[in-house]
Design a protein around this ligand. Structure first.
Ligand code: UD1
Length: 395
């Protein structure tokens, strides 16, 4: 007993592997890294990029905009079918875990990298924390829903963004001691960069008028992989664009589909600030700038529903469900599906000034990462946890 006590009096550093893979992960991880850096005596952390997203505009430009450190490890897995991508990440991440022997892996969001690294770490007996846990769309046709369920059921620490997530986890029988309601790390990043983004001149350079255009994003397979569905959406947006310009930074998956289905001709030239027109994917700051100056956002993204809620910009979501109902409950989000008539009806309501402004959800205040690190420090203080964990895992 005395030997054990002696062993635990030594201050032990928690060794963490932070995982990112795809575009929406970067803005969630950036504030966590920053918050961990405030306690160099408590944490030793390394950043692993799985390489799920790899284009300069889908990855590197976010590191630059967010001032994130270069990844310590890049798994370079690239694109593939779900099974291929998930399997490649698992094989490569297992090697990193065995080499690095972390006490904790932190995963964020709901992409394939999130799930793959969780499964890999847990099978090595390594503890895993999931940031943005408990979100549920109840739509098993969404690959992200499968990722969320698999990740949450395995994780040791579940950091949540809202009361719906807490309720979902409780309903699934998750031990409430594992759940920490900390707020929204993506909003930490938004609030930090808001003024910088406001001052850019992109809207001006594009010849647009602040508050007099719509920003569009589309990338969900359920909207873009089927030509009939995509055509109906583009028809509706074509009509919206007769009222106000619609700017469309195009995800690589969607660009490919638009070209494959022969829809490219529907987009007017980027020099002409009217109608529906495409741009390359934008960096974090430029996109935030566009969002905050928009009359409305039209999207099938998850994160954008949250960002527009905080900015008070009306959001028309082209899906039949959302894993983020808080943005409808208190925010600016409307779930309209993907039929032409519903899209048009809601967009015209906003054009005619009929959209309510909404308010900001609880704890979306720029301090979520700080709360996460407080929790981790309290865990780290229980040195026996880390020690016991190493013994169990054999690492
Ligand atoms: C992924 C996430 C999704 C997230 C989205 C944000 C999963 C299952 N999906 O979807 O939850 O909302 O990221 O962007 O994890 N491609 C490129 N360059 C890149 C990355 C992708 O050209 O840097 C193209 C490739 O053709 C690839 C396709 O986009 O096959 C799809 O990429 P993938 O990572 O599989 O899924 P996303 O649709 O990006």
């Amino acid at each position: 007993m005395s030997g054990q006590a002696g062993r635990h009096t030594q201050h032990s550093m928690m060794k963490i592997l932070n995982v990112v893979g795809a575009r929406p992960n970067f803005m969630k991880m950036a504030p966590i890294i920053e918050a961990l850096n405030r306690f160099p005596q408590d944490f030793h952390h390394r950043l692993v990029h799985t390489g799920q997203h790899y284009d300069e505009r889908m990855s590197q430009s976010f590191f630059n905009d967010l001032g994130m450190p270069k990844p310590d490890v890049d798994l370079e897995v690239g694109s593939g079918s779900h099974a291929e991508q998930t399997a490649k990440i698992m094989v490569e991440f297992e090697k990193v875990c065995l080499r690095e022997r972390p006490d904790l892996v932190i995963v964020v969001g709901d992409v394939n990298s999130t799930m793959a690294c969780t499964i890999t770490a847990k099978k090595l007996g390594i503890r895993v924390a999931h940031v943005e846990a408990g979100l549920r769309s109840r739509d098993m046709g969404m690959p992200e829903e499968i990722n969320r369920l698999c990740t949450d059921v395995l994780c040791d620490y579940l950091f949540t963004t809202d009361h719906f997530a807490n309720e979902n986890l409780a309903a699934e029988g998750v031990d409430r001691n594992k759940v920490f309601f900390v707020g929204n790390v993506m909003i930490d990043t938004l609030l930090k960069h808001r003024e910088l983004a406001r001052q850019l001149d992109l809207v001006e350079r594009l010849g647009l008028e602040s508050g007099r255009f719509a920003t569009l994003t589309l990338h969900r397979p359920s909207n873009v992989d089927n030509p009939e569905v995509l055509e109906e959406i583009l028809d509706a947006l074509g009509e919206v664009s007769r009222e106000i310009p619609v700017v469309f930074p195009v995800h690589p998956r969607t660009r490919k589909m638009i070209e494959n289905f022969g829809f490219a001709g529907r987009f007017s030239s980027a020099e002409k600030p009217e109608g529906l027109w495409m741009t390359e994917p934008l960096g974090y700051l430029e996109f935030l700038h566009l969002n905050m100056h928009s009359m409305m956002v039209i999207t099938d993204s998850g994160g954008l529903q949250e960002e527009s809620t905080v900015l008070g910009v009306p959001c028309i979501t082209l899906r039949h469900n959302t894993e983020r109902p808080i943005t409808c409950e208190v925010g600016t989000n409307f779930i309209v599906g993907n039929s032409r008539s519903r899209i048009l009806q809601h967009a015209m309501k906003v054009v005619n000034g009929a959209a309510p402004r909404g308010s900001v959800p609880e704890k979306w205040d720029g301090r979520a990462a700080e709360r996460i690190v407080d929790v981790l420090r309290s865990l780290g203080a229980r040195a026996e946890d880390a020690q016991e964990f190493r013994e169990v895992s054999g690492l």
